[in-house]
Design a protein around this ligand. Sequence first.
Ligand code: NAD
Ligand code: UDX
Length: 459
Amino acid sequence: MKITIIGTGYVGLVTGACLAEVGHEVFCLDVDQRKIDILNNGGIPIHEPGLDQVVARNRAAGRLQFSTDIAASVAHGDVQFIAVGTPPDEDGSADLQYVVAAARNIGRHMTGYKVIVDKSTVPVGTAGKVAAAIANELKSRAVDIGFSVTSNPEFLKEGAAVKDFMEPDRIVIGHESDAEGLQAQAVMREVYASFEAAGRKIYWMDVRSAEFTKYAANAMLATRISFMNELANLADKVGVDIEAVRQGIGSDPRIGPSFLLAGCGYGGSCFPKDVQALSRTAQEYGHDLRILAAVEEVNELQKQVLGKKVHARFGTNLQGKRFALWGLAFKPDTDDMRAASSRVLINELLRAGARIAAYDPVAIEEAKRVLALDFADAPQLIEQIEFASDHMAALPGADALIIVTEWKLFREADVAQVRDQMNAAIIFDGRNLYEPAKLKALGIEYHAIGRAILTQNES
Ligand code: NAD
Ligand code: UDX
């Protein structure tokens, strides 16, 4: 099939490459010339394990092309996936300007029947707005061409995006029930035919329910994390080990073991903005989604937890203190710094007078870019952070090590060596990577999340 992907970011590039991998002829469009140039020169604009091979293989096979040519992109695909960003507006609602612009372009250039697929995460009712934008353009061209808008939200996780796309738990597709909607359903079945043949389950539903499903999934996951973080903070007070509790409850199949890890808060491009956007949708309908307001508030506070622990140990003024910082990205295996907890911590430490030596396996360049924006009001503070060439090189002279991202490299570090490299044997661990008993035996003062009962004697 001939497929166009509009927006060649995380989701668009992965979707395009993976649909080419299953045999479709894919045209990826972006308005960002820089991204398209990188891709056409054989590079990849994001860090995503395995993506480079899928892209290279399918480019070489002639099934995957990249361009900024809008007219050519509309002409190419019988199916047009919209995978542009839907960032938060000032009031927290999803900003649909890029989605609507993409829809207008389709309406402006289409000459035959198209199935339009909303792949971006969009609020309930967006398919109607996309249809209206296309219909307006067709009307101004005085042409009558059939089309149908479907919703096919994406559930991939960064760092595992290719695997998540190729081996999805489920595929959700919403379509209209009129004749054109049923025709669109048949087209979408063909798009995902190889996935269905491999036993992947497709959930067919109405468009609004599909749109809502995406927000419901992310809100549910964010709620689990905030709930565990609340329990972890309480666990510290009442003398309970949150890791033991996690295992104790996760073994109940009604609860399940995933997404129960307490830590220094969730970040990324999805949870924070999707929780906000769903709250906003609720407000628009006069419904007070109180749970989600709490989920968001708990997460904002949780991102401050490491900074608070550092202050509790070293005092308010951190002049003359130097901290090693492991992990900048919002999670491992990505260079994405959007809403990363490290930004909240760095902000707190630098403004309190500390120096930082930071290391992340892939996010250092992106960190430099976003920190320049975060410290636009105090650019001199940026000079107090240096970036180490590897994780051990960040340690010499440090008064403590602070861990923000759960990279495997950090989990597997030789903690005795870590201790020997630093000024003081103190670790603040925002991701509960180590066994407290082991660190205690090594004489390391260990501050984790929700494990005070096992660590408090050392401080
Ligand atoms: P992104 O910012 O990485 O990519 C969006 C791309 O769209 C950019 O390259 C931008 O230049 C391009 N673009 C904007 N307007 C355009 C237009 N009119 N024509 C062509 N290209 C245009 O965003 P992303 O992370 O890929 O997210 C895209 C959508 O997918 C969002 O709605 C997001 O919520 C959702 N989503 C993201 C993830 C994730 O893990 N990143 C997972 C699931 C769903
Ligand atoms: C998320 C959803 O998982 C995915 O389905 C959706 O399509 C996009 O948003 P992503 O943001 O890439 O994916 O990362 P995810 O693995 O979900 O982690 C998000 C954040 O939650 C990270 O900061 C991570 O450290 C944190 N997290 C995750 C926890 O704090 N505890 C956990 O148990 C799991």
